[in-house]
Design a protein around this ligand. Structure first.
Ligand code: MTE
Ligand code: MO
Length: 198
């Protein structure tokens, strides 16, 4: 597939590119549907389901510890991008504010615009996962999920919700949008978990 939009990884990069993936030039936008327009002032984040319910606004999120992150990004449509730099808040720092019901085993991410995607609690509570509001030192552009998105680097990027507006804690797997449409429930790129049942 190398050509105008893709390039072959160099030898050093190639062991960081999962099987069946090509390196994208630039940072493609991949959205199902329109980009919701949400300002930071309007943005609200809701914890729901099997946890003490809680609503946070932008300033409460900004009061959490802020970090820089560098992470590789793998879209199931076969493009990857290495070393994307972001700023934001660690999932584990947000979770300090959340009282979980011990019955919670899974989560569902909810977004402005209606997109959803599921994770096991274990995949969600990894130390490298973060909420991002800044991409390459600029406010996260709306097309890339601004004002806020989740980034889950160890799974295909459809697990990294743009325009995130909440996390619902569940006691079983509730499939999200792509997972209901045939995508794998976990989506681990090194194992090529692209489609359900394969
Ligand atoms: N809300 C929402 N989040 C989403 C999507 C979407 O359509 N809506 N697409 C997913 C997919 S398939 C990918 S590859 C990445 C793309 O992120 P990007 O557009 O910033 O490259 O976002 C993911 N998060
Ligand atoms: Mo994707």
């Amino acid at each position: 597939m190398p050509g105008k939009f893709f390039e072959k990884p160099t030898a050093q990069e190639s062991d960081r590119v999962p099987p069946g993936q090509y390196l994208a030039k630039g940072f493609p936008v991949l959205s199902y549907g329109e980009t919701p327009q949400v300002t930071p002032e309007e943005w609200i984040f809701q914890i729901s389901g099997l946890a003490t319910s809680k609503t946070l606004g932008w300033s409460e999120f900004m009061d959490l510890p802020q970090h820089e992150f560098t992470a590789d990004f793998h879209c199931v449509t076969r493009w990857s991008k290495l070393d994307v730099t972001w700023q934001g808040v660690k999932v584990l720092d947000l979770m300090e504010l959340v009282e979980l019901d011990p019955k919670a085993t899974h989560i569902l991410q909810h977004c402005y615009g209606g997109y959803t995607t599921n994770l096991t609690l274990e995949d969600f509570l990894r130390p490298e996962n973060f909420f991002a509001h800044t991409l390459e030192n600029e406010p996260l552009p709306p097309d890339h999920g601004g004002p806020m998105r989740l980034v889950v680097p160890h799974l295909y990027a459809w697990k990294s919700s743009k325009w995130i507006k909440g996390i619902e804690f569940c006691d079983r797997e509730e499939l999200g949008f792509w997972e209901k449409n045939g995508y794998h429930s976990r989506g681990e790129p090194w194992a090529q978990e692209r489609y359900a049942g394969r």
